[in-house]
Design a binder for this molecule. Structure first.
Ligand code: NAD
Ligand code: TYD
Length: 359
């Protein structure tokens, strides 16, 4: 084994943040296997382009030959698996790609990892890790007074996205249980921060608010998410990779439950403050209630007692300070924003919002 790791989906939102923080803090090199779908953006990693410890390979986790040859050539000590289709609304509009990448792609990756791992020396086999990055959405929806999701909460995925991630989690579990592959699984709450593709709530609202466009809040806006700043998610993944117990799953969350309407209102106020007011008045006036997402989960909340107790991890960022940093980042990176809002992005926005009736 070499002092290298294979990251999948490292050109996406969380993956690119992870690769940047890894290269800043660790010595091991990174091979980034990414298909560069609409969500993958090498520009997010421009600052490490010349780093000899970093290499981007454009390819599919569902391509067994490619994965086999990457493992053979780079001999990584770990695989950190981010690659996925990740947007719930897209999984409702066209679920196929979610099953292909999230379920079958994860299966291919696991199967190739197992073949590679089984031929390592005994010591290398003991040290190898397959870390699967998953979501709290596998647990379904909570009522207002329900306790937060723990690692023993039964799976109850409600969207095609959540179901495909649940399927991948089960495959990871089975490869550990049946074949002994040293896996780790993390189930994290909603992330926000730099480099997030502006189809997701927070960057979409920041950019629409900046441009004085309507801010489309689904349903009554009272759905609750537990928000975590992306750098805190990356530090949690680092902690699990370094010290997590083989076969264990760890829930990761920010202890920052917020209703969507409160999130969007705060975004409006921060954009008013940082970019100056619109001639038409405060940006809160742009909030527009639109038809709800079918099957929309009401509330997510994470109990992160296990990871904090076992590994000493805690989020460093409060929601209000993290959101402020995030708004600042989008205001300061108009070139990145312009580049990701290309033809395919515009088609999605037209499809998801033009057909959605205003309430
Ligand atoms: P993202 O959509 O921003 O990025 C996904 C990346 O995977 C992209 O770079 C894309 O090009 C790549 N990819 C897609 N299909 C691929 C394939 N077949 N082969 C290789 N690469 C492929 O997603 P994200 O928000 O960064 O999420 C990363 C992971 O974290 C996902 O597994 C997601 O389920 C999980 N997660 C996300 C959140 C969140 O709030 N964003 C929360 C918890 C867990
Ligand atoms: P999203 O960022 O898509 O993450 P997830 O569905 O994985 O939680 O959405 C976060 C919340 O914001 C979710 O309750 C749906 C809601 N939402 C809106 O109200 N309007 C929007 O335009 C989007 C994209 C999301």
């Amino acid at each position: 084994m070499r002092d290298s790791i294979l990251v999948t989906g490292g050109a996406g939102f969380i993956g690119s943040n992870f690769v940047l923080s890894w290269l800043a803090g660790e010595s091991a090199s990174v091979v980034n296997l990414d298909l560069l779908t609409y969500a993958g953006n090498p520009a997010s990693l421009a600052s490490v382009d010349g780093d000899p410890r970093y290499r981007l390979v454009r390819g599919d986790i569902d391509d067994a030959n490619l994965v086999r040859s990457l493992l053979r050539d780079h001999r990584p000590r770990a695989i950190v698996h981010f690659a996925a289709e990740s947007h719930v609304d897209r999984s409702i509009a066209s679920p196929d790609a979610f099953i292909r990448t999230n379920v079958h792609g994860t299966f291919v990756l696991l199967d190739q990892a197992r073949a590679y791992w089984s031929e390592l020396t005994e010591a290398d086999r003991r040290n190898f890790r397959f870390l699967h990055v998953s979501t709290d959405e596998v647990y379904g929806s909570l009522g207002p007074a329900d306790p937060a999701f723990s690692e023993t909460t039964p799976y109850a995925p409600n969207s095609p996205y959540a179901a495909s991630k649940a399927g991948s989690d089960h495959l990871v579990r089975a490869y550990q249980h049946t074949f002994g592959l040293p896996t780790l699984t993390t189930n994290c709450s909603n992330n926000y921060g730099p480099y997030q593709f502006p189809e997701k709530l927070i960057p979409l609202m920041i950019l629409n608010a900046l441009e004085g466009k309507p801010l489309p809040v689904y349903g009554d806006g009272k759905n609750v998410r537990d928000w975590l700043f992306v750098e805190d998610h990356c530090s949690a993944i680092g902690a699990v990779l370094a010290g997590g117990r083989v076969g264990a799953t760890y829930n990761i969350g920010g202890a920052s439950e917020r209703a969507n309407l409160d999130v969007v209102t705060l975004v409006c106020d921060l954009v008013d403050e940082m970019a100056g007011p619109l001639a038409s008045g405060p940006r809160r006036k742009l909030i527009t209630f639109v038809a709800d997402r079918p099957g929309h989960d009401r509330r997510y909340a994470i109990d992160a007692t296990k990871i904090s107790g076992e590994l000493g991890w805690k989020p460093a960022q409060q929601f209000e300070s993290g959101l402020r940093k995030t708004v600042r980042w989008y205001l300061d990176h108009p070139d990145w924003v312009r580049d990701v809002r290309t033809g395919a992005y515009l088609e999605w926005i037209a499809k998801n919002y033009t057909e959605r009736t205003t309430l």
